[in-house]
Design a protein around this ligand. Structure first.
Ligand code: AMP
Length: 249
């Protein structure tokens, strides 16, 4: 069994993002970047499935600037076997990413594509769904449990009212929920070992597909500053304020 895991390079989630002075987007220059947390969960899932047996190869792919090789190396250090960088300096939006991933899936023929449920920079939550539609493969989004059995997988999905259990035929596209697993720490020896793992470089403009951005960002603003809080003496004062000042009860 082969698993394909797309991994996105994003601003490190532990860093406070700042809006660019001209309001055209979020400042990324000189910021610490990291693997998107939901992609990290996807890699962890693939590695655990390989450790349990039945998975022969885990291929990770990242689409973007040259520095995405660092994101791929992180996934290789976690236990993935091989990396593909699809290099471009264009802004990558979900449809373009899904089109590129479709080409790679057709070439690599994985049994499973495990995608993050969303990238924490654009919060789109679209790529996995678009990829499944373009490939014509079944999809299972927001999965918190995957059990492969022969030509299908029994999965549990996180939905509003609780958990949903589904069976999907393979090959399929799945998107990871937070509760799927807790990713392992990457150790220094594994980082060193990952440098010897194969990493292929493909230029996006040689793929012959239209990946031009379709969406235009009009303006990005910081959220309004929150005012300071106040300390109240007791519940009676709180109720009074809610009633007479905030007028919410
Ligand atoms: P999104 O639809 O943008 O919220 O992204 C959902 C998931 O799609 C991510 O967690 C990744 O698994 C995948 N993805 C999105 N953009 C890229 C990219 N540039 N390179 C590789 N994978 C990506």
């Amino acid at each position: 069994m082969k698993i394909l895991v797309p991994v996105k390079r994003v601003v490190d989630p532990n860093i406070k993002a700042r809006v660019k002075a001209d309001g055209t987007g979020v400042e990324t220059a000189n910021l610490k970047m990291a693997i998107n947390p939901f992609c990290e969960i996807a890699v962890e899932q693939a590695v655990r499935m390989k450790e349990e047996g039945g998975v022969d190869e885990i291929v990770v792919v990242s689409i973007g600037v040259t520095q995405c090789t660092e994101t791929i190396r992180t996934a290789l250090a976690m236990g993935a076997d091989r990396g593909i960088l699809v290099e471009t300096t264009l802004e990558m939006q979900p449809l373009a990413v899904a089109k590129i991933l479709k080409l790679i899936a057709e070439k690599e023929k994985p049994d499973l594509v495990i995608v993050g449920k969303q990238a924490i920079d654009d919060d789109c939550n679209q790529t996995g769904q678009m990829l499944s539609a373009l490939l014509g493969w079944p999809q299972a989004t927001f999965v918190s449990k995957i059990a492969v059995a022969g030509d299908h997988a029994d999965i549990t999905r996180e939905v509003d009212g609780g958990l949903e259990k589904l069976t999907v035929k393979l090959p399929a596209v799945m998107t990871t929920d937070l509760r799927l697993n807790e990713p392992r720490y990457v150790t220094l020896p594994n980082i060193m070992k990952s440098k010897k793992k194969p990493l292929e470089n493909v230029k996006a403009d040689t793929l012959g597909i239209d990946i031009a951005p379709r969406l235009t960002t009009l303006n990005v603003k910081e959220p309004p500053q929150r005012g300071a809080g106040v300390k109240l003496a007791d519940v009676a004062e709180l109720v009074n304020k809610l009633k007479n000042e905030a007028k919410v009860i």
